[in-house]
Design a protein around this ligand. Structure first.
Ligand SMILES: Cc1cc2nc3c(=O)[nH]c(=O)nc-3n(C[C@H](O)[C@H](O)[C@H](O)COP(=O)(O)O)c2cc1C
Length: 342
């Protein structure tokens, strides 16, 4: 089977993801994140550049542990302010034809019934170009602002996510039969209620008796991506994900991770998996590589980093994972006879 390497762009609907200071450079356009044209122009640029997809990260809380407040985060625009990443997707879809959209939505704070409708709607409006990057969140502040005293435990969040996706799968795949929509104008019958079924879900976290609110969409189930590297995260990925989003400090660490998740996948139903990996030796290196990518058409030869780009490292605000805006990800395709999605 022919191998190809898809190219995925990374962004977040805010001023800076994990590249402190870059937003202030004159050529940087991140402050335009609140302008819809930023997103439509970006989508068109990526499509013109033959990118396969745009990935948008998200958080639902504020980094507020440094000196016991969110002041430093606010001052430096560290993922705050941040918009809902779902909103610009249909506008981007309207100005492109092929670009896919991988949108991060936490499974921890959503009702699956509403979530299934949102992604079903997006699947229609993008004509089947939507992917859901499932995360389980990590900020206590998110929990406190969303009706809880504190976060659920790490593994409970994965148990919850498992039920959230289970409900979504039932709604996407099991509720409306393929020929339920008849659209018979003469008889004035849009859909046949005999072919629309409630899912009767009764679980540990949710009770969802009803039918899906969305008629069958091009993909029904969006492409599922996952980000989270613990054993629980890997098991969740093996069960559900077609693409795994990861980060590693060295190539060797990344290789071990990739091999491990592929071993885990052997026993799963997953048909194929994409692993996004980009070794970043340290936070400073990551910042440098972003700067280099921004400064030069090619990453080589390396240019010295302008001093004003390096953030003061004394600020323990620094987030542990480091990311570049654009990453290559390798895709491994498994034998189509192995089952699962194409
Ligand atoms: C590469 C990577 C990217 C992530 N991106 C996000 C994100 O955009 N939003 C979010 O809330 N969590 C994100 N997470 C956090 C995970 O969803 C998860 O909550 C966290 O990593 C803890 O799970 P784990 O122990 O399985 O890694 C990301 C994790 C990784 C490894």
């Amino acid at each position: 089977m022919a191998e190809r390497i898809p190219i995925n762009a990374f962004d977040m609907s805010c001023i800076m993801h994990q590249s402190p200071g870059l937003w202030a450079r004159p050529e940087d356009q991140s402050v335009r994140y609140k302008d819809l044209r930023y997103w439509t122009e970006l989508a068109q640029l990526l499509e013109r550049g033959k990118f396969d997809s745009l990935f948008i990260a998200d958080v639902l809380g504020v980094y507020d542990t440094y000196q016991g407040s969110a002041d430093a985060s606010i001052r430096r625009a560290m993922q705050i302010p941040v918009h809902d990443p779902v909103v610009p997707v249909s506008a981007m879809a309207a100005v492109t034809e092929k670009l896919g959209f991988g949108i991060t939505v936490s499974a921890t704070y959503e009702q699956p019934y509403a979530l299934a409708r949102r992604f079903g709607t997006l699947d229609h409006l993008t004509d089947g170009r939507i992917a859901w990057n499932i995360v389980t969140s990590y900020l206590d502040g998110a929990a406190r602002n969303l009706g809880m005293d504190r976060q659920m435990s790490h593994d409970d969040r994965y148990d919850l996510a498992a039920e959230v996706v289970d409900v979504c799968y039932q709604l996407w795949e099991g509720s409306w039969e393929e020929d339920a929509v008849v659209e018979d104008r003469e008889a004035q019958i849009y859909a046949d209620p005999e072919k629309v079924h409630g899912i009767d879900h009764q679980g540990r976290f949710f009770s969802v008796p009803g039918i899906s609110m969305v008629e069958p969409s091009p993909q029904r189930t969006p492409v599922i991506w996952q980000a989270g590297t613990s054993p629980a995260g890997r098991a969740f990925a093996a069960r559900n994900a077609e693409a795994v989003f990861t980060v590693a400090p060295t190539t060797a660490t990344l290789r071990t991770y990739v091999e491990d998740i592929r071993r885990t996948l052997e026993g799963s139903q997953a048909h194929w998996v994409q692993l996004h990996g980009y070794p970043t030796p340290s936070f400073v290196e990551a910042v440098k590589s972003i700067a280099i990518a921004a400064n030069a058409p090619s990453a080589y030869p390396r240019k010295p980093l302008p001093k004003d780009i390096v953030p003061p490292l004394t600020e323990p605000l620094i987030m542990r994972q480091s990311m570049e805006r654009v990453v290559l990800h390798a895709r491994q395709e498994f034998d189509s006879d192995a089952g699962g999605r194409q």
